[in-house]
Design a protein around this ligand. Structure first.
Ligand code: SF4
Length: 390
């Protein structure tokens, strides 16, 4: 049997997970040849591990990284995979004055940053025009408060205005298929408009973090590889991969759940295409067995960050001899915590991985000896297992 499949079999929480042997083989041989700054390191962003849920990292509310929408739940595009549902739970700030008030309230409540977004107009633009001076005021008044902005499509002028407003990170979805743009997004824009947006943003000083939504074409993979090529041409600071959530879709335009094998293949190709760029798996992905498979492929392919990993992923990564870190990032609809962690992952409060491993040893004494000698890197102070977001 394939060596990596044997390793998976030894991870108790992954019992019953069915992985594609051929793909795992390909991942193993491809990983061995990979060279790059980011290869071999993985950070798990999670509010807690089950084993420690009762004590160490409680009190992680949604307030550390609130998501704020300048249009509330309104969006003119009504894309088939979303129908503006992603906006619904966000905090509405429909005027610049509202934004200033909401941010002040959030900071008083302990927020460290926010995801700023909003629904699109018919051209897939979020109309921030009236907000830039308020955003500037927020950054001037609270320089440590991080702002990750969902930019949608921009021209060079808007990209500069975003840069001047002082935001910390610019995020956008890169879509590589014209059919997906037309059919799923109901948009009269081109793949080139998405590439140009990335090009403009990357030409500023902003930290740019494009996203690729896997399975965006009704659950099928269509433009994802082209999106990857676009990103390769414009080298951003990080890339976030998310998997489409079929249950957001309306009944008359159903999405299938993407095949985990296809997702895994894309992870492998993305890793090979961008060896020096941090590759993160965002929170959004279908739940259940498919999530366990997707997460296992993500770890094996060599992604650098997993938000809210399924049980067993830390152990799998340790057994694969990766440089493993765990950050108790608070649960939030925003992926802001993951994105900002790219530059702060050397500091801040970290879960003591040794304790996770020790827990695994007590749970499965038979495997205890095989864990010894595995390299585990614990960033931060080993004693500081708690206090998320404080
Ligand atoms: S994906 Fe964005 S543009 Fe499309 S409906 Fe959802 S919020 Fe609107």
């Amino acid at each position: 049997m394939n060596e990596w499949l044997e390793i998976v079999e030894r991870v108790e929480p992954l019992d019953g997970v069915e992985l594609d042997a051929e793909l795992v083989n390909a991942m193993q041989s491809k990983f061995a040849d990979l060279q790059g700054e980011r290869v071999g390191r993985v950070n798990f962003y999670t509010p807690t591990f089950k084993a420690f849920a009762s004590s160490e990292i409680t009190g992680c509310g949604k307030s550390a990284w609130p998501a704020i929408s300048i249009t509330g739940g309104d969006c003119k595009l009504q894309c088939d995979h979303c129908k503006a549902k992603i906006l619904e739970p966000m905090i509405a700030a429909r005027t610049p004055e509202d934004l200033w008030r909401v941010v002040n309230e959030q900071i008083s409540g302990g927020a460290q940053g926010m995801l700023l977004t909003g629904g699109s107009n018919h051209r897939n633009e979020v109309e921030y025009d009236d907000y830039y001076s308020t955003i500037r005021k927020i950054k001037d008044t609270f320089p440590d408060f991080k702002i990750a902005m969902h930019t949608a499509l921009v021209d060079m002028d808007i990209a500069r205005r975003m840069e001047d407003s002082g935001i910390d990170a610019a995020m956008m979805d890169v879509i590589g298929s014209q059919d997906t743009i037309t059919q799923v997004y109901h948009l009269r824009r081109t793949v080139d408009d998405f590439e140009k947006t990335l090009e403009y943003l990357v030409s500023t000083k902003l930290k740019v973090v494009p996203h690729i939504v896997l399975g965006l074409h009704y659950g099928h993979m269509l433009g994802e590889w082209n999106a990857l090529e676009i990103i390769q041409r414009h080298k951003p600071q990080a890339v976030v991969l998310v998997v489409v959530m079929p249950f957001y879709a309306p009944e008359n335009r159903p999405f299938i759940t993407p095949e985990s094998k296809e997702i895994g293949r894309f992870f492998m190709d993305a890793r090979a295409a961008l060896p020096d760029v941090p590759l993160l798996l965002g929170c959004a992905r279908p739940p259940g067995k498919v999530k366990m498979e997707i997460d296992s492929y993500a770890v094996m392919a060599g992604l650098n960050g997993l938000a809210h990993p399924t049980d067993g992923m830390v152990e799998l990564a340790v057994r694969l001899e990766r440089d493993v870190r765990v950050t108790p990032a608070c649960c939030s609809i925003a992926i802001g915590d993951e994105v900002m962690a790219i530059e702060t992952d050397e500091s801040g409060l970290q879960v003591d991985i040794q304790r996770v491993i020790e827990h695994e040893r007590t749970k499965r004494p038979a495997f205890a000896s095989s864990l010894s000698g595995i390299k585990v890197v614990t960033a931060g102070q080993p004693e500081t297992v708690g206090g998320c977001c404080s």
